[in-house]
Design a protein around this ligand. Structure first.
Ligand code: ZN
Length: 235
């Protein structure tokens, strides 16, 4: 995968977001105080940081990740504001009736012309684990139903895993993989490929335990391997 900093979409700064304030209370007032401190620190590193960012964005990456607070796209990839266009929802889902996700995807691909779309799941995902159980959690159960469908698709493989933790980890991976497939089935991605746009989709799984990202080996840059039923004709 091409390093975004080597692409035409260049980063506005080499400064990465640091881990800070983790010994102080996360309060409403502190957020505003820390914001001012962050602005000061950032300007010390690069006096034109905000001026450059304000001119516009040209991120090379679209990130579709989980809403989980422990999986922030920029920090875990060592990138900066302006580098990644982000969509997050519970369990990093790509649902073809989700107007929010589709709008983000279409804008990122057709207008921003991102080069990579990454679906990033994470081990220990509460949404995936909830979908594996039979408990009711409320409205979210309807959203998580999509993950039960992923389980049904891979039930043979998953049911062979006796260890529930291992089964949950594999379902996290399979859910990210299925959502990569879901991306390939969208007209947005297919039209970009038909127009010869340089665009790849990828599936990742992030480990909360180690901070390491695993590439799930499901990268596509054409509809070559897509089932014929899902291939749209050219308009
Ligand atoms: Zn999650």
């Amino acid at each position: 995968m091409k390093n975004p900093k080597e692409s035409q979409h260049s980063s506005v700064s080499t400064k990465t977001i640091s881990i800070s304030h983790n010994t102080e209370e996360i309060s409403y007032d502190n957020l505003l105080k820390w914001n001012k401190e962050w602005v000061e620190e950032t300007l010390k590193e690069d006096a034109n940081f905000f001026k450059k960012l304000a001119k516009g964005q040209s991120p090379p990456i679209l990130w579709i990740g989980c809403a989980d607070s422990r999986v922030p796209a920029n920090q875990i990839t060592g990138t900066n504001p302006g580098d990644i266009f982000v969509h997050r929802n519970i369990a990093n889902m790509v649902i073809h009736t989700d107007m929010n996700m589709l709008s983000v995807l279409d804008y990122a691909v057709a207008v921003l012309q991102v080069k990579h779309v990454i679906v990033c799941g994470h081990y220990g995902c509460g949404g995936v684990l909830a979908a594996m159980s039979n408990k009711q959690y409320g409205l979210i159960d309807n959203w998580l139903r999509h993950i039960k469908d992923v389980y049904r698709t891979y039930a043979f493989e998953l049911d062979m895993l006796d260890d529930e933790v291992e089964r949950g980890k594999r379902l996290v991976e399979l859910n990210a993989i299925e959502n990569v497939y879901n991306l390939c089935k969208t007209s947005t991605i297919q039209n970009a490929w038909k127009q010869g746009q340089e665009l790849s989709v990828h599936g990742w799984a992030y480990s909360l335990d180690s901070g390491i990202i695993k590439d799930l080996g499901v990268s596509f840059n054409s509809d070559e391997k897509l089932g014929s039923m899902f291939k749209f004709e050219t308009k």
